[in-house]
Write a protein of this length. Sequence first.
Length: 523
Amino acid sequence: MNNEDKFISLIKSKIEKYTKKANFEENGYVISVSDGVAIVSGLDDAMYNEIVEFENGSKGIIMNLEISSISVIVLGKYDDIKERSLVKRIKSVFSAPVGDSLMGRVIDAIGNPIDGNGSINKKTFSPVEKIAPGVTQREPVNAPLETGILLIDSLLPIGKGQRELIIGDRQTGKTSIAIDTIINQKGKNVKCIYVSIGQKNSSLARIIKNLETSKAMKYTTVVSASAGENDAVKYLAPYTGITIGEKWLENGENVLIIFDDLTKHAYAYRALSLLLGRPVGREAYPGDIFYLHSRLLERACKLDKKHGGGSITALPIIETQNGDLSSYIPTNAISITDGQIFLQTNLFNLGQRPAVSVELSVSRVGSAAQNKVIKKFSSSIKAKLSEYYDVASFAQFGNELDENTNQIIEFGKRIVQLMKQNNNHCYDWIEEAILLHLIYTKNISFINIHEIDEFKNKYLLVMIITNEWKEISKKIDVSDNILNKLNEISLSFILNYIKKQNSYDAKVIKLVEEKIKKNGGNK
């Protein structure tokens, strides 16, 4: 090595030593700021999704990387951010607090507590943008996540690790289904996350009060981005929620997450994208609007035992306009998820609760997410309901109907009435099986429609303590011998019930007695 090379090497080593010692801060400055989006220059080494700090203390996330500037969405106050204000790199990507300390708490999209119950232990953080677990790490959905809602658990079953869309117009009961599902996880070792996007504070307060009254907040974390927050916070909220759930997933635990709702999330992202100067596409949404929700929902899955066996079940909510399933955001969400629960306004107005359209709803996981008993008793109900709806649509024109058609309509009406269920009234799976058995055996046909609500409450109280149902609840299976005994017990109860009522004639009583005498009356 000649003297010139030695001199260059010495200079380089001195510069490296000085740079490490000095630990320079990388600062830039604001070129302009508008509606929560700041254009910043001078941060040449900045990365996408990196956190920066403004002179007023507010944090921001880098969303656009241009040749001579970057675009930053401001997470806090931006009214006092001015042109030439200082911007500093923190050199870390946006991360959210994770861990059991978040259970029972209400936090904002940044991870700060907003429930007035003090600070949260934030020792562990995790980046909010992650790649979803690969196919080789997953296993098929095969375990039920019970909602406690008879119609859904029997006809549209949800499994642990599934992504089932709840979709419908405003005020049709979408949030009620999601909250009842959270309440029904009590004692089932499922940790719940409720992400509120763009809701009024008063609405969220009622939901939290409901969860507290039902003692569900003990195992629930609420992530809030209220209607008054800026669009950046609404955009981040669901990613913060899924990040919290992923930590429990990695620990082999089961998680349920609700996104209420992703329509407002899409609105917020559209507004941000327009402010960032991104080109618009269909309905003014940016081209990556599909990726917005697909990369979020793909993180919900069921891991195999080699990777801990945990699961995240996602119930995203989408709001439609006049029941239009063909508009942009609903079609995107439907194509991403494993099925949809579609709620109709006309059913809601007719008093059907939940107002689920059986014909337009689907679960692509199906009976794989049901235990043997529920699967057996509910196997033919959807077909019977579809037949009822088809025939009933013709019957409304007042045509004379034959006896068989009348029987289809009367039986369908009783199924619909039996399936009605009030909010915050969840059934255990064995209670659902008891009610489904009434449909399976057609024994519900003997009960007057207007008496079904009263009847099923009395019926459940007696059936739940019978030895046969106790045996089924332990084995989670039903034999033909037990099935025959259950049919006899059911018919005996029905006979005693209708004899005590004044609304049944002798013909109905005789039909029940004849069915009791027959062998295999459940067939």
